[in-house]
Design a protein around this ligand. Sequence first.
Ligand code: NDP
Length: 312
Amino acid sequence: MEVTKCLIIGSGPAGYTAAIYAARANLSPVVIEGIQPGGQLTQTTVIENFPGFPQGITGPELMDNMRQQALNVGADIRSGVVTAVDFETSPYTVTIDDGTEIYAETVVVATGAAAKYLGIADETKYAGMGVSACATCDGFFYRKKVVAVVGGGDTACEEANYLASLASKVYLIVRKPFLRASQAMQERTMNNPKIEVLFEHNTEGLFGENGVEGVRLVKRKGEPDETHYSLPIDGFFLAIGHTPNSEVFRKYLATDETGYFVPSDASGVRTVVPGVFVAGDVADPHYRQAITAAASGCKAALEAERYLAAKG
Ligand code: NDP
């Protein structure tokens, strides 16, 4: 029976930072990487707001560096996805998708968040054939083509602007009569000549023979002047927010109505289960930044260390 002092679930900035701190505190942490090793930042291009990189750094490079740093200080990084946990009795049991059970005295849950989809059948039908939830991953395929981005927040505006640097035209499909994004991002979007913002629009479906060739839209749905029409597009990008990856843990750990973990005190990382901590985007509906995720991973590891020290 393998009992680890500190099991870290997730390999984004929160998970790797927790691993670096836990390893340096002699907790011999085991990291389970999850579905997307390196986390969401592996899908971004240049990051200019992570301190220490005056010229910026790409997301994949930053995550490779964090992974290497965690390995250098002794973290044991393993591939796998956690399918079940038992936080009833300590040491806690964590089951991986290959059936392996790991027992852990402390657990840091840093499983991150995943992009949301609209829930229409055509998203599945055209998955990988013109539908994407990551402009920076797939934008390259749409050079000089026409694309649509759904959403009115910072992510949607950021992705629309990024796509505008590649595509010939970008439609931004916004369900409200206004953007929710920050003022600066709104201005950048509205002033970009390649972006056309379609306010009060909803997506009804997609069409095309061998991939997306167009989108079916409804304007001012439910109003007397409701209009249905189609636009030819080559790519359809979702940017309507994220869902926290907390499902496996909800039986034991408190979440809000969206599924984000709600820490049990002002530490921001402690939970109602002693020795189980949460960190990163899965517990943060507000900031969702690499640096805040890293910071909470650090806190979680420090708390794990203190918990074990107090336990003797
Ligand atoms: P948000 O939750 O802020 O925005 C989601 C957008 O998608 C909203 O416009 C929302 O519309 C729309 N939406 C949601 N569901 C649907 C649906 N079913 N159909 C159509 N539209 C839908 O998510 P973001 O990912 O944009 O941002 C999350 C957080 O991260 C924010 O705090 C943001 O500021 C931050 N962020 C910061 C960045 C930066 O500073 N550079 C970059 C990216 C994100 P509605 O308004 O009607 O609800």
